[in-house]
Design a protein around this ligand. Structure first.
Ligand code: DP6
Length: 335
């Protein structure tokens, strides 16, 4: 017998950043993100009869067997075996592909672990009303940012007294979004497509004992609440300044950790500078954010698309590419 289940799970861009974790993938602060539409992972799970005891897994990434990914997934499956009864019942072949090129700074672990949790949960015949919340919980155990990829629009991860239902263990959707934020764009400017010199897990680790850690975690919790309020009430100016402050705070943490490092490149700074000047001169509500890498996410509402596109075309910077993305509708079951 053969059975196939497939899900598409999008990536997300953090507006307020998760940076620092403890215990079993528990964040040190709350974060809030926008789900993307065009950057996603498609994952198929093909179940066949088992031939031996224990987990039987073959993993293919973009058509090829990938030992490094297979190892990370096996470790995840071993650690979370009790959540996925399907592992005891079938042999599994997993086929995964990304819609975006590898190493472009798009959080591939978010969409990859998101899609993996979704196929495994579907295959385990989990049909509770809290399916997406459960998928958020399980994907978080693979990669923290994956927890925020389960919902359309915006998601909040991390327990905050002020937000009913919020949790460190899974993300929740942020609803009642003001029309100003219903059609957001993210043009991702690829400054450098080389693999990152310092992985996010090492970066999270460096927050342990960081001199600024406690202040950072308090700030981020406050910023998450502030961002939630902005998304609900509508304040594009406040939005732009908050995402930029958050992006720079994330990189400031890297630059001031005991093993300090710098992921911005000269062109990253040149783009940031150009965005700030353009906004000052024109009043167009456009801002930037950064992940743990040198590439710049240019964030703006659809209504200023033409102005921002002409600005981006006028940039005298030799980019490795541009990915045009926008606010997304969440995961889709493909088969
Ligand atoms: C800078 O989710 O990649 O993108 O939990 O170790 O997999 P792990 O980390 P990961 O960290 C993402 C960090 C970030 C900010 C964010 O997405 O909030």
């Amino acid at each position: 017998m053969t059975k196939k289940i497939a899900w598409r799970c999008p990536s997300n861009i953090a507006l307020v950043k998760y940076w620092g974790k403890k215990g079993n993938q528990i964040p040190c602060n709350a974060s809030i993100s926008m789900t993307l539409q065009n950057a996603y992972t498609d994952t198929s799970l093909i179940l066949t009869d088992k031939k031996s005891v224990g987990i039987e897994l073959e993993y293919f990434f973009e058509g090829k067997q990938n030992a490094a990914f297979q190892q990370r997934i096996l470790q995840y499956l071993e650690q979370n075996k009790s959540s996925f009864p399907v592992l005891d019942q079938y042999a599994m072949r997993i086929e995964s592909e990304n819609s975006f090129p590898h190493s472009t700074g798009i959080a591939s672990s978010a969409s990859a672990f998101g899609a993996l949790a979704l196929v495994l949960l579907s295959a385990s015949d989990y049909t509770g009303d809290d399916f997406l919340e459960r998928a958020s919980f399980l994907s978080r155990l693979g990669s923290g940012s994956a927890s925020r990829s389960m919902y359309p629009g915006y998601a909040l991860w991390g327990a905050l007294d002020e937000v009913v239902g919020s949790s460190d263990e899974f993300a929740i959707p942020v609803t009642d979004i003001h029309p100003d934020f219903s059609d957001m764009r993210d043009s991702i400017l690829i400054v450098d497509d080389e693999p990152k010199s310092v992985s996010s897990s090492v970066g999270h680790g460096l927050m342990k004992g960081h001199s600024y850690a406690n202040v950072r975690f308090l700030d981020a919790n406050r910023h998450t609440l502030e961002m939630k309020g902005i998304l609900e009430t509508g304040d594009l100016g406040g939005f732009v300044s908050l995402i930029e402050r958050e992006a720079l705070a994330l990189h400031a943490m890297m630059m001031t950790s005991s093993d300090y490092y710098l992921l911005m490149k000269p062109d990253t700074v040149a783009i940031i500078d150009a965005i700030m000047s353009f906004r000052r001169e024109t009043g167009v509500p456009v801002g930037f954010t950064l992940d743990a890498g040198p590439n710049v996410h240019v964030i703006y509402p659809g209504k200023v698309e033409n102005e921002v596109n002409s600005f981006l075309k006028s940039l005298q910077i030799d980019l490795k590419g541009v990915i045009n993305d926008k606010i997304g509708t969440g995961p889709i079951k493909l088969a």
